[in-house]
Design a protein around this ligand. Sequence first.
Ligand SMILES: Cc1ncc(COP(=O)(O)O)c(C=O)c1O
Length: 394
Amino acid sequence: MNTLPLAPEPEPHEAGYSRQRAWVEVDAGAITHNAATLVGALAHGCSLMAVVKADGYGHGAVPVAEAALAGGASCFGVATLAEGVQLRRAGMSAPILVLGNLIQAEELRSCLRWQLMPTLSGMREALLCQNLAAAAGRPMLVHLKLDTGMARLGIDWQEGARLVAAIHELADVQLAGIYSHLACADAAPADDDGLTTTQQQRFETVLASLRQQQLASGCRHLANSAGTLRSRELHYDLVRVGLALYGHSPAQHLSASSALRPAMQLRARVSLIREVGSGVGVSYGHRFRTSRPSRLAVVGIGYADGVPRQLSGAISALHHGRAIPQVGAITMDQLILDATDCPELEVGSVVTLLGHDEGLSISPEDWSSRCGTIPWEILCGFKHRLPRLSLGAH
Ligand SMILES: Cc1ncc(COP(=O)(O)O)c(C=O)c1O
């Protein structure tokens, strides 16, 4: 049998291929702008940590890190060892704090090797660090985390000063920082039960005790995005900012605090148009039935890409300044739009599911409020099946 020679295939994520079905566009310039805007609003002497965990909140950790540095961020926060190593392998030399708990000697040894700073929540890991650092013949930099009211990671704040004193006794462990995490800094003034104030007071109590004992604390940090936008009093030496860096506000009442630019656009292509009559059931379960002769557009993106199925029938897609309703159940790989009132939509047209299009915009908050979650989860939910395309330089 004769076979035709095939032209070499591009890799699936190479340019040209990646805009075929659905993709995420990441505006590096927006990240740089947001970092610079945040840095400009920080209290005197405070620096910005760019939190780039979960692959830069779904935007791509390395391009986000580069763009944040260009905007004035001075260090990075990641959740896992592998995320820290990824940044080092990409050539990032800025300090990196691993925010998650590393409990195995192997993990802590890798931290030392890659110059990543682990977060300590107790003496057990501090002693492991000491043994590893002594064996390697070089000091290990660590941050100590205090639990001041989140009840997640960190040593109980009342034990904080004692633990700092014990860490100072370790010859090869250097306390580079001390921090805590705010649980309710995004609470609207009417719902604020004072927890943020309580957490800050507890943090301050530990710091005062350290001063009294003349124990160095290293870099002090408390605020996430909400804390950063809420009050300069929460800034200390460093703020750890995730959501706001990506251009989103952690709460409506904090959105006026800064001019942030969303960095992510989610776009997909129409793969089929079908004309149907009135009374036709659409998609699994026929949750939607046409009430007039309709023009349905099938778009190649679904819940396996990170569009929550709970949003079925509750979202729109934008095209040339028009919002086109999504109808029927969102399926694993496709969703359907009712394009009856949008005759210009055709096979191959690109629609915007998140982001802006000719004066209209759809935000992750628009989605999250409709499906009972938070914008953080929407952003982190986009799968790697969606190519990330950089919209260019900072
Ligand atoms: C310890 C810690 N600091 C800072 C952040 C950044 O939070 P945000 O995205 O709200 O700024 C996170 C994220 O969850 C975190 O876990």
